[in-house]
Design a binder for this molecule. Structure first.
Ligand code: AP5
Length: 190
């Protein structure tokens, strides 16, 4: 299918949505339109319609088989979208029973991304951002646990590259350096 497919991932609170929204504005001003697809919103639409959850933060606590069904439905819809697409999602989701692959084989091979971006930053910065965000029900975990999740995401990203041949780009979204992260993502989207 025509167009560039860029999957953007990062642990909750790293600021991936902030980076995406600003980069989208820049790239659109340059005349390269992208659609921004939030994988979690596609899942939430179905989960809420079925009465399974009231908010998006409850989804990672659902039974694994339910989460996998929701992933599959979202992937089918996203794979059918033509043109340049950004997919805002997770390399892995931290569930009460361990890490769930955000993009298992049947999802990643349906999408076939060109690039998979890992948005990362210092674990303590993520912790502070989560504590300051009152609009969400963030999991409260320490910096060590956040570090483990970021490491796991790199491992999952490598396996997605092996399955699809996509490249893996690491973008650091550090405090006071949002502009730098936005510039790197914009360059990746060009
Ligand atoms: P999703 O919609 O991706 O939510 P999330 O994980 O909470 O991610 P957000 O987009 O809210 O956080 P963010 O890190 O991008 O932070 P933000 O930009 O707001 O997923 C929701 C749910 O869907 C998941 O929990 C899961 O259940 C499900 N899901 C999704 N994909 C899935 C998949 N593939 N498989 C299975 N389930 C899936 O920024 C956070 C804060 O940081 C803000 O206050 C912001 O102002 C601040 N900030 C950002 N950048 C900076 C900076 N440079 N300096 C200082 N502060 C900054």
């Amino acid at each position: 299918m025509a167009g560039k497919k860029v999957i953007i991932t990062g642990v909750p609170g790293v600021g991936k949505t902030t980076v995406i929204n600003t980069a989208m504005e820049k790239i659109a001003a340059e005349g390269t339109p992208y659609q921004n697809i939030n994988f979690g919103s596609f899942m939430f639409e179905v989960a809420a319609a079925e009465g399974l959850v009231q908010d998006r933060d409850q989804m990672r606590k659902l039974d694994r088989t339910v989460q996998k069904r929701l992933q599959k439905l979202a992937a089918e819809k996203i794979a059918a979208i033509d043109g340049n697409v950004i997919i805002d999602t997770h390399a892995s989701v931290k569930t009460p029973n361990g890490y769930l692959a955000g993009l298992p084989e049947w999802v990643i091979t349906a999408i076939m991304p060109d690039v998979l971006v890992l948005v990362e930053t210092d674990n303590d910065q993520i912790l502070v951002r989560r504590l300051s965000d009152e609009s969400r029900v963030r999991d409260m975990e320490g910096a060590k646990s956040i570090a483990e999740h970021q490491e796991m995401n790199r491992a999952f990203a490598a396996s997605y590259a092996m399955l699809t041949g996509c490249t893996v780009k690491i973008i650091v979204n550090a405090d006071f350096l949002l502009d730098k992260a936005v510039e790197e993502l914009t360059a990746t989207l060009r």
